[in-house]
Design a protein around this ligand. Structure first.
Ligand code: FAD
Ligand code: UDP
Length: 396
């Protein structure tokens, strides 16, 4: 008899397995229907020996000292600040929109004060910001909205930004300076030896049993467990009794090309002219040196694995119905991006899972202050480690 059956070996499941096994001495069985651990953050060395992300680019960033300190128990880190360019009107320009984006697009020579005045002139007055269209129009006006956001969002989500909750495009700031980083979080690092190594370290405990290629419906008849943690889609757990919650999917096309570099930054976005939304080149993220390079194209679709909960009011209302059902099951806990139908980044899922652990173990959640030594200890000097220095783990 297991104390916990955990469905899903992504961040949500792995954090809870690790905490319950190590800190509460619970016997845990963690399962995943996929053939690997790591959930959507899974990475592996492809046939050319290049470390790639099977489910598209995963860049770790957080403002939470607690999350950073926790994950630092399982990995060393490589400092990495993410940069993205957008391919528009035959130019490659920084996104989020900043001073260089506007000057490069229109041939202006604004400084920051002039750009702020220009935004004031072109932005559309919108009294209550409700949708993803409102967010962008109210900051940068129609031309920049149509050039950088409308087409990308229609492709990515299969609907117009005016139909999507404001939180979607609010993820992308507007800047009047030249800061071309995608994120401004305090902690911006990639796991030095990859995500999968980090997950292996998390799950390496005698109280944790792992079963891959195993779905919940299959195994629930055969194993005894006192509690269940479910990180799959919440509507699936309840047999879609209120109907399907929509999830946007992606098809990933992975390629390796016979050149050392494909593009100048890790990600190039294609808002308008292609069927794919973006191309990622992994060596920028991992720092790996290799004569070839691997890239991934992302094609959004409604078919395939559920990747993105779709933030819009009617979906939030449907999720609330399922949430009420979850509250009737005291020994079943729903967590993670699919389990709570939230467009969460990795660090938010880790934080959510740590909070659930505190609740399960009767501990009070505290916002720890990070000991500055943690960063020092876990970020080796450049050149000391490189992904090439460890033996290649082929796709499992
Ligand atoms: P998942 O990683 O989805 O894990 C859930 C697991 O449960 C899956 O492995 C699934 O196979 C398994 N499962 C589901 N149902 C069952 C079942 N019935 N039986 C058995 N197993 C089941 N976040 C960032 O912070 N930075 C990024 O740059 C970033 N980029 C992203 C890019 C893409 C293309 C996507 C899709 C997401 C990105 N994210 C990023 C978000 C990140 O992937 C998630 O926050 C995180 O992986 C969620 O972890 P999770 O454990 O909740 O879910
Ligand atoms: N977005 C856009 N153009 C861009 C980048 C982002 O329209 O060049 C919008 C789009 O709706 C996207 C959202 O902003 O889905 C959030 O972007 P983010 O890069 O955070 O998406 P993710 O990495 O989660 O796919």
């Amino acid at each position: 008899m297991f104390d916990y059956l955990i469905v899903g070996a992504g961040f949500a499941g792995a954090v809870l397995a690790e905490r319950l096994a190590k800190k509460s001495n619970k016997k845990v069985l963690i399962i995943d229907k996929r053939k690997h651990i790591g959930g959507n953050a899974y990475d592996y060395y492809n046939e050319s020996g290049i470390l790639i992300h099977k489910y598209g680019p995963h860049i770790f960033h957080t403002n939470s000292p607690k999350v950073f300190a926790y994950l630092s128990e399982f990995t060393l880190w490589r400092p990495y600040e993410h940069k993205v360019l957008a391919s528009v009107r035959n130019k490659l320009l920084p996104i989020p929109i900043n001073l260089n984006t506007v000057n490069g697009l229109y041939g202006h020579n604004f400084d920051s004060a002039q750009l702020a005045a220009y935004f004031d002139q072109i932005k559309e007055p919108i009294e209550t910001i409700r949708t993803s269209e409102d967010v962008v129009l109210s900051q940068v006006g129609r031309d920049l909205y149509e050039t950088f956001f409308r087409g990308y969002t229609r492709k990515q989500w299969g609907m117009d930004p005016s139909e999507l909750d404001k939180m979607v495009t609010s993820r992308i700031p507007t800047r009047i300076d030249c800061d071309d980083r995608y994120f401004t979080d305090t902690f911006q690092y990639m796991p030095l030896h990859g995500y999968t190594r980090m997950f292996e370290n998390m799950l390496d405990h005698p109280n944790i049993h792992i079963a891959l290629n195993t779905s919940y419906t299959e195994i629930k008849k055969y194993v005894g467990f006192k509690n269940l943690i479910f990180t799959g889609p919440v509507d699936e757990y309840f047999d879609y009794c209120y109907g399907h919650l929509p999830y946007r999917s992606l098809q990933f096309v992975h390629k390796t090309v016979d050149q050392a570099q494909f593009q100048s930054v890790a990600v190039v976005n294609y808002p308008n002219d292609q069927d794919y939304t973006r191309i990622t080149e992994y060596k920028h993220l991992t720092g790996q040196e290799h004569a070839k390079t691997s890239i991934t194209y992302e094609y959004p679709s409604w078919n395939g694995d559920p990747y993105y909960p779709v933030p819009k009011p009617e979906n939030a209302a449907l999720y609330q119905q399922y949430k009420l059902l979850t509250e009737t099951l005291p020994n079943v806990h729903f967590v993670g991006r699919l389990g709570t139908y939230r467009y969460y980044n990795m660090d938010q899922v880790v934080a959510q899972a740590l909070t659930l652990y505190d609740k399960l173990s009767g501990k009070k959640s505290v916002n720890e202050v990070l000991d500055p030594q943690t960063v020092k200890r876990h970020v080796p000097s450049p050149g000391v480690y490189s992904p090439n220095a460890i033996p290649a783990a082929p796709e499992s």
